[in-house]
Design a protein around this ligand. Structure first.
Ligand code: NAP
Ligand code: MG
Length: 499
């Protein structure tokens, strides 16, 4: 292995300092004194410990958020001022780019490119997008209803922040997830308790430092590290929390719903996916093939949009498989900090075992292994990017979200858009889909028929932080990004005045 470039002094300083969590503007240990170890998945070495927050810490954080909401210091702040603070936070993210990038790579395993060129700049961009919203929040004036009492009346709506929000994020894209949750909530005037994933909590803690530096008042953003079972469950069950926003697995999404039932919290959920990537016979393969590889193996396939069900027309099936195998087998696997790495490690040994189990199941069920499949010897949770051909919808590798570098390809032999859409829609999920063709009619007909929150035409993945992103079916409730995410953090109040 090449020697890795030296770490930024700021990164070293951060990793050496004791890590605490942010409650009511103070950096504190868990009330229990317990901690969780944080590992670098490329080396299996411990890189930090964080407090193992539990119910008592969540209670303190929720109460702080409640006070910060109820005393109006955030909700009644001038809208332009709230926007300014969010913009300032974006500036600070950029200024701390090298440290955030390196800590993200060490903690999560992602390669330098997605961390430094995507995750960090997009985190700043998302905050800037939402920094523009506080000054543009308006209600409506509603036409008078002559059946209502009063000779002259006025009815209008107010968009009021929902209150205290609990936000729970997964390990796969930590800073991006934290900022895409925080930004719309803060823009709307809510206060927040954020629980990042236990496996990659570090950049959320840096974000906490930057929230303070930006001048966002104490208690408005609280960050509690800990496990889902302890801290996460306490947050979703807490009676003073008005809303829970969750990104993670469909399985935990169901637990969140149950826990939220106690005080009927509002809930939004961004869950799993099993996204179709449809390549029509007339597609520009010079673009479709590299994109299929990229969207299958971005973040080692540990991403909810992963193009894990490829549908390829019979006439081009073999050339697509050959092309994908060529690119995938040439990808450089290694520690994210190596600037030449394309594919970092998976997050943990459990995840690697799980994904290896799916590779075995794909073989057992009769899919053809086109490339990859193996884990790498030595330290770190590395495995090869893997493509299975001749998959069918009965196979586990086609039905389950694998959340690893494994994609499946099915062959189709029709140009009937309804038949193709039925194949694409044969899944419990509905997060993303894409169609690759030069034919605009086919493209838009399929876009209308695919049951997913985002459909790309000659593109796979989100459309930008100003366009809604989220799931149909079991991929979730509500949307991230754009105005739709902001709307999830408001209550609408109708005011009727008999003048
Ligand atoms: P996960 O196991 O569902 O965990 C997500 C978060 O929920 C973590 O912070 C976790 O805590 C916490 N949690 C676990 N049990 C909980 C409980 N009982 N109550 C409250 N919180 C609980 O998901 P993951 O393994 O981290 O991430 C992978 C999943 O996320 C995949 O299914 C993927 O598709 C989905 N995902 C979806 C999107 C999207 O936008 N739709 C984006 C990315 C990922 P711990 O710290 O203990 O893990
Ligand atoms: Mg987990």
């Amino acid at each position: 292995m090449n020697a890795l470039p030296p770490l930024n002094p700021e990164t070293i300083k951060f990793l050496q300092a004791p890590r605490r969590m942010l409650i009511d503007g103070a950096w504190v240990n868990a009330a229990s004194g317990e901690t969780l170890d944080v590992f670098n998945p490329a080396t299996e070495e411990k890189i930090a410990t964080v407090p193992a927050g539990g119910a008592a810490d969540i209670d303190a954080a929720v109460k702080a958020a409640r006070r910060a909401f109820d005393d109006g210091k955030w909700t009644r702040m001038a809208a332009s001022e709230r926007g300014k603070l969010l913009w300032k936070l974006a500036d600070l993210i950029e200024a701390n780019g090298p440290r955030l990038t390196e800590v993200e790579v060490l903690d999560n395993g992602m390669a330098l490119n997605p961390a430094g060129k995507l995750a960090v700049p997009l985190a700043a961009a998302t905050l800037r997008y939402y920094a523009g919203w506080p000054t543009k929040i308006t209600g409506d004036v509603i036409a008078p209803d002559p059946r209502m009492p009063g000779a002259e009346t006025l009815t209008y709506t107010r968009k009021e922040p929902i209150g205290v929000v609990g936000q729970i994020t997964p390990w796969n894209y930590p800073l991006g997830m934290a900022t895409m949750k925080l930004a719309p909530a803060l823009a709307a005037g809510c206060t927040v308790v954020l629980k990042p994933a236990e496996q990659s909590p570090l950049t959320a803690l840096i974000l906490g430092e930057l929230v303070q530096q930006a001048g966002i008042p104490d208690g408005v953003v609280n960050i509690v590290t800990g496990t889902g079972e302890a801290a996460g469950a306490a947050l979703t069950a807490h009676p003073l929390v008005d809303k829970v926003a969750f990104t993670g697995s469909t399985e935990v999404g169901r637990l969140i719903l149950k826990a939220a039932a106690g005080n009927l919290k509002k809930v939004s959920l961004e869950l799993g996916g099993k996204s179709p990537f449809i390549i029509m016979p007339d597609a520009d393969l010079a673009k479709a093939i590299p994109s299929a590889v990229y969207s299958s193996f971005f973040l080692q396939g540990q991403n909810c949009m992963c193009s894990s069900r490829l549908f390829v027309h019979k006439t081009i099936f073999d050339s697509v498989m050959d092309g994908m195998a060529k690119i995938a087998s040439g990808m450089k696997i290694g520690p994210g900090l190596d600037p030449t790495t394309n594919l970092g490690p998976l997050i943990s040994s459990e995840q690697l075992e799980r994904v290896q189990g799916y590779v075995a199941s794909g073989r057992d069920e009769g899919a053809t292994l086109v490339t990859g499949g193996k884990r790498l010897p030595g330290k770190g949770y590395f495995m090869e990017p893997t493509v299975f051909a001749h998959a069918n919808p009965k196979m586990k590798i086609v039905r389950d979200e694998i959340f690893g570098p494994v994609t499946t390809a099915q062959m189709f032999d029709t140009d009937d858009v309804d038949a193709i859409a039925r194949l694409a829609n044969d899944t419990d999920y509905g997060l993303v889909g894409s169609v690759w063709t030069q034919n605009v009619s086919v493209a838009h007909k399929l876009a209308a028929r695919i049951r997913a929150g985002t459909v790309g035409i000659n593109h796979h993945g989100p459309a930008g932080n100003n366009a809604p992103f989220g799931g149909f079916k079991q991929s979730g409730w509500g949307r991230e990004f754009g105005k739709e995410a902001l709307d999830l953090y408001f209550e609408t109040k109708t005011v009727f005045a008999n003048l």
